[in-house]
Design a protein around this ligand. Structure first.
Ligand code: NI
Ligand code: MN
Length: 227
């Protein structure tokens, strides 16, 4: 599995011979200016919730690539009705579906969800992805929540993408507790530095994780890791 950071909560993951793109927010993201969205290929676009900083580039990438959208029922309907993107797979909280790259569970998130034009964005969510190459959690935007304790009962995670920027989501201290709840010590940071409200001291964040015997990783925008 090859995992590439495109900034904020946007990740590109190659797994099972397919490419998944999560929460594309690239062209409005000043710190992701080096990413060329026209070079991004993907078979699926997974959307955790309707906020602009998670859906801004869905339309252009979906129309260029014809990738299938995976999200909650309301978001899939919104893109079909408002953007004429009908290649979508609607889900809702707690449900799972077997795709050709693996099984996706649309899991909870403690947050809000509204589309850029103010329409209902359904309930915010996160993704649990199980594949032959490993399992991972894209937590979306969320505060620390007890539901995370359910995840190790569902699957063993190989890595987790957790928001750590605070203010709109959980911060570092909560992410350390989340790592315990999900029983995963391979934590990759996301949702930081994009706006003034979520600027993070990376050295301090890493030190806090290390003080608890854990590791937090920051992947540079445009950089990849293999797992
Ligand atoms: Ni949000
Ligand atoms: Mn966000």
């Amino acid at each position: 599995m090859k995992v590439t950071n495109f900034g904020h909560a946007c990740w590109h993951i190659e797994v099972g011979g397919k490419s998944l793109l999560f929460d594309p927010f690239i062209t409005p993201n000043e710190i992701a200016a080096l990413v060329d969205i026209n070079s991004i290929e993907c078979d699926y676009i997974l959307i955790t919730h309707g906020h602009e900083d998670h859906v801004a580039d869905v339309e252009s990438i979906a129309k260029r690539t014809n990738a299938k959208l995976i999200s909650n029922f309301e978001i899939i309907n919104w893109f079909a009705t408002n953007k004429n993107i009908t290649n979508g797979h609607p889900m809702n909280i707690g449900g799972k579906w077997k795709f050709d790259f693996g099984t996706v569970t649309y899991f909870t998130a403690q947050h809000s969800s509204v589309m850029p034009n103010g329409d209902n964005g359904g309930n915010p969510g996160s993704f649990l992805v199980e594949t032959d190459e490993g399992n991972f959690y894209h937590a979306g935007d969320t505060g620390l929540m007890m539901d995370m304790k359910l995840i190790p009962k569902l699957m063993k995670l190989d890595f987790a993408l957790l928001p750590i920027g605070d203010n709109f989501t959980m911060g570092i201290n909560e992410a350390i507790i989340a790592s315990d709840f999900i029983e995963c010590n391979n934590i990759i940071a996301m949702h930081y530095d994009t706006f003034g409200y979520i600027v993070v001291d990376k050295q301090q964040a890493k030190a806090k994780f290390e003080a608890t015997g854990k590791q937090l990783r920051f992947i540079e925008i445009g950089e990849s890791f293999n797992i």
